[in-house]
Design a protein. Structure first.
Length: 60
């Protein structure tokens, strides 16, 4: 019983690590930010959009 549990656990861990590696390689190939920059990148776009909405250069 313990051997089956160990095999399943090792398989799941290996699949998770493979997923992380493939996601990293995909993001590098597509030129998307990886690491700590990936988290800030999505927030940056939202902040720029809000800034432009509030401080637009168009005169009303």
């Amino acid at each position: 019983m313990g051997t089956i549990f160990t095999i399943i656990l090792v398989t799941l861990i290996a699949l998770y690590l493979l997923y992380l590696l493939l996601r990293y390689l995909y993001r590098k190939k597509k030129g998307l930010p990886v690491g700590e920059c990936a988290e800030c990148s999505s927030k940056k776009d939202w902040l720029v959009k809000e800034y432009r909405k509030k401080y637009s250069t168009k005169k009303k």
